[in-house]
Design a protein around this ligand. Sequence first.
Ligand code: ATP
Ligand code: MG
Ligand code: MG
Ligand code: MG
Length: 562
Amino acid sequence: MRTSRFLLATLREDPSDAEVISQRLMLRAGMISRLAAGIYSWLPLGLRVLRRAERVVREQMDATGAQELLMPAVQPAELWQESARWEKYGPELLRLKDRHQREFCFGPTHEEVITDIVRQKVSSYRQLPACFYQIQTKFRDEIRPRFGLMRAREFLMKDAYSFHRDEASLDDTYQAMHGAYSAIFSRLGLKFRAVAADTGSIGGASSHEFHVLADSGEDAIAYSPGGYAANVELAPAPPAPPRPAPSASRESVRTPGQHSIAEVSAFLNVPPDRIVKTLIVRGADGGLVALLLRGDHELNAVKALRLPQIAQPLQFATPADVRTALGCDFGSVGPVDFPGPVIADHAAAALADFVCGANADGYHLSGVNFGRDLPEPETADIRNVLAGEPAPDGSGPLAIARGIEVGHVFKLGTVYSEKLACTVLDENGRDAVMTMGCYGIGVSRVVAAAVEQNHDARGIVWPQALAPFEVALVPINLHKSPAVAEATETLYAQLTAAGVDVLLDDRPERPGVMFADMDLIGIPHRLVIGERGLKDGLVEYKARRDEEAQNIPLAEATGFIR
Ligand code: ATP
Ligand code: MG
Ligand code: MG
Ligand code: MG
C-alpha cells in the first residue's frame, strides 16, 4: 500500500474531547472518526486493525468447533417479551417501531434470537452439544457513552452461545471457551487476567470475565498471590469484627491510615452487606476517600472516589449534608438504624484532618456534581479499600488492579431455554430443556484496550498481531533522487512478494513528518532509504519500540523483517 493512495487521516493536534489515551490516539492516527456520542466510523487504517482482531477471534472460535452464523441486528419485541427482558432490560435497549407501529429493538445481545433458532432447528439430543457464534454489531444505549470505543453505544461483539443436554456438557464447553479466550488475548499480545464475575442481569450460575490490565480500566479486580481473582463487584467484604466501644471506634477512624470495610462496618454497627451508600474515610496514602458502598444483591461492592480536589474547608453537620453533597441516599438502609450523628462527627473529623483543621462553622460542600467537581464513581480508585485485605479463600492478601472487561463467559443454565421452550427429544423420546452457555468478546473494545496497553509519547505501538501494516517503508527524497526511487520500488516489490504488509510513504513530505506519522499509527518496523546509506548498500532499520536506528544491508532487508 502507498500512502499516496491511502487515507492517512492523521491529526497534528490532540482532539480536544478525548478522555483516554486510546480514544485520543485512535482519533489522531485517523483510525476512527466520531459520528455521534458513542458512535464511530472505522476508517481504512482502523478497519485493518479491527479485521486482524476479528481474524484471531474467528480462528480460535473455529478451533473449538463452534459454528459461525450471522443473526439480524434488529429483533422483534415479541421474542424479548417471551424472555421477559423487554421490560427488564431498561433504557439501554434501543427500541424502534416500524411503519406498522410494530415494536423492535436493535440487539444489545442475542440470547433470544439464538434460542429461537435452536428451538426450531435442533430437535434431537444427538445434535448436542452445539455452539454457534457471530461477529456482529451491537447497540446499547449506554447511559454514559465515553472513552471512545471502550464504552461505545454501537460496537462490534463476538457472541457465542452453546446448547447442551446436561451440566457436564456445559462445563466442557465453558472450559473450552475459557481456553479459547486465553489463547485469543495471548495471541493479541495483551496482558490480561481472567477473574470470577457477577452474573448481573443476564443471570445464570457462574461467570468469568477477561480483563486487559490498564489504569484507565473502569473495573477494579482483586487478586491474591495464591490465585484468587475476582471483579471487586464480586469480591466479598471481609467479615466484620465485633463492634468496638464507640469512643475507640471513633478514635480509630480519626487515625490517619487505612480503614477496612470491616472497620467501617464495625464503626457503624452495620453488617457489611447492608451498608448502602456513602461514608468518608482517610485512605492509606492519607488522601480522603468517599466510599460508595452498595448493598444486598450487589454483594457489598465497593466503589471509592478520592477527593483530592476539594481544597476548601468543609463541614458536614448531619448525614443529610453528606447526602446532599455527594448526591447519595441513605434512605435505603432498611431496618438498620443509621447512626446519623456518628457519621456526621466522623466525616467532620476526617475532613478536618484533610483540610488542616479548618472544620469551622459556615463551610459547606454544596452544589457538587460528579464528573465536574468529583471523579465519576466508576473511574474511582478503590485501591485503598480492599488492598491488603485477606482474600476470601485464604490465598493471601489482596492486590487491586484496574481492568478493561474485554470478554465474559457465562453458564446460563436453563434461564432462556425454559422461557422460550427450547427443548430436544431425549433418548426416551421425552422433551428435555436444553442447558445453555454464552460467551462474549468486545472486539472493538479489545482494539482500544490494546492501545491503552501499548503506546508511548509518540503514539500507538501495535502488538504484532494487530498492526495495520508490518513495515513502514520511508524513502528520503523519493521524488528527487532516482537512486532512492529505484531502491525503494525494488524493496517494496521484494517485501510484498515475501508476503510482508508494507506501507510505502511516497508522499512528498519532510522526513520528520513521515517519521512522526508512522510512529503515531504504530507500525512495528520501519525501514528508511536515503541516498547516503545507499552508497554503502545500507538502509536504516528501527523497530517501533527502539530508541536508536541501525543500518542493515539493503540486500538483507526483507530477510531481516521476516
Ligand atoms: P460492561 O460491564 O463494560 O458494561 P457488559 O458486562 O455489559 O460490559 P457483556 O454483556 O458481558 O458486557 O458483553 C460482552 C462484551 O461486550 C463485554 O465483555 C465487553 O467487552 C463488550 N462490551 C459491552 N458493552 C460495551 C460497550 N458499551 N462498548 C464496547 N464494548 C462493550
Ligand atoms: Mg454493560
Ligand atoms: Mg460488565
Ligand atoms: Mg459482562
